[in-house]
Design a protein around this ligand. Structure first.
Ligand code: TRP
Length: 333
């Protein structure tokens, strides 16, 4: 590990299918960040089980997400890529941190309230404890930087509060992490309701483009995307949310500026425009999907990556956990 570099931590849950919003907002940025930070990228399977999962699917999605990270350019030679449940320190630190987190503040978390409403038949303790486990994830690695979506802002605040509380109660132990809230992905709207964020768990899958969608599906979804009355292809999020969202997506997938895209489509119809956006996206996804499939066929390689990842992660995590155990007075042999 290069000591001159700052440490960065992020994770994604292996649930649902990732959308192009997740790709643009998270994984694509990680590829650039891994050059300048000591990066830990996890597959948060322990967070995933706070909502009931089908075991075979969870297993498959975990490996599939690992393959996707690598297919997108996350390089296991440059960063630590691992599965959360493979590193026992997460659960163990979470337990200690639970005694520094208050029931009231957990009950006030927006995501807890939303998920409790959505899964009213299974409001389990893990769902409420989700932010504390997330704090444990981050604090174990003494991460300075944590890139996440805007929906995780409250959870990051909790992680910072818990770190400070512990440091004040004992002595400086944890680095207080900074959240970096990704702008790009957060801006991608649902194709059918562009004022809403494109989500991996939206009710209508027609509004989300999944990284696993084949070309026909991508094109079909873009053809049905809502535009606006009028006929001008102009970036104006206030009045033309649909067209603006499509322009953003096009710009991000082609690396052209929005202004360039506007010029390119000036005087052309919505139909033609939507088809062009669909094709740009589908053409970018095809090689990712191909590489992901190739990797998934080489399970031995993926297992090797995850094994080394878990070993490296454990080394760092155990060091922090040991310090914590000492400070709180756990007897050590
Ligand atoms: N809760 C995050 C999400 O759903 C995933 C996550 C788990 C995470 N642990 C983390 C993100 C630690 C950043 C740091 O997006």
């Amino acid at each position: 590990m290069d000591e001159s570099k700052k440490t960065l931590y992020s994770a994604v849950q292996p649930t649902n299918n990732l959308t192009i919003g997740n790709y643009l907002g998270a994984i694509k940025n990680w590829v650039a960040l891994q050059e300048n930070y000591n990066c830990f990228f996890a597959i948060a399977d322990m967070h995933a089980i706070t909502v009931r999962q089908t075991p075979a699917e969870l297993r498959q999605k975990t490996l599939s997400l690992a393959a996707l990270y690598i297919a997108c350019g996350v390089n296991p030679e440059k960063c630590t890529l691992y599965v959360q449940s493979h590193v026992s320190a997460h659960a163990r630190l979470c337990w200690v941190l639970n005694t520094f987190a208050y029931v009231g503040e957990m009950e006030r978390m927006t995501q807890f309230k939303d998920k409790s409403a959505k899964h009213a038949d299974n409001i389990n303790m893990g769902l409420m404890d989700y932010p504390v486990l997330m704090a444990a994830d981050i604090l174990l690695y003494q991460a300075e930087v944590v890139p996440v979506g805007h929906d995780q802002k409250q959870h990051l605040e909790i992680a910072r509060d818990i770190a400070r509380r512990f440091n004040n109660a004992y002595s400086p132990t944890f680095t207080v992490p900074e959240g970096v809230f990704m702008k790009v992905g957060a801006k991608i709207g649902d194709l059918l309701d562009p004022t809403k964020k494109m989500s991996k768990s939206a009710e209508n899958a027609g509004g989300s483009i999944f990284l696993s969608d084949d070309k026909d599906t991508v094109i079909r979804k873009f053809k049905r995307a809502v535009t606006d009355s009028g006929s001008e292809i102009k970036y104006d999020p206030e009045n033309k949310a649909g067209v603006s969202n499509l322009l953003s997506i096009y710009s991000l997938f082609t690396n052209k500026s929005v202004a360039e895209a506007e010029r390119e489509f000036s005087g052309r119809g919505y139909g033609e425009f939507k088809l062009a956006v669909g094709e740009a996206v589908a053409d970018k996804l095809a090689p990712l999907q191909k590489e992901q499939a190739r990797l998934l066929a080489d399970k031995e390689y993926l297992n090797g990556v995850l094994k080394v990842g878990a070993e490296n992660a454990s080394r760092t995590a155990d060091r922090t956990l040991n310090k914590v155990h000492k400070k709180i007075g756990f007897y050590q042999i």
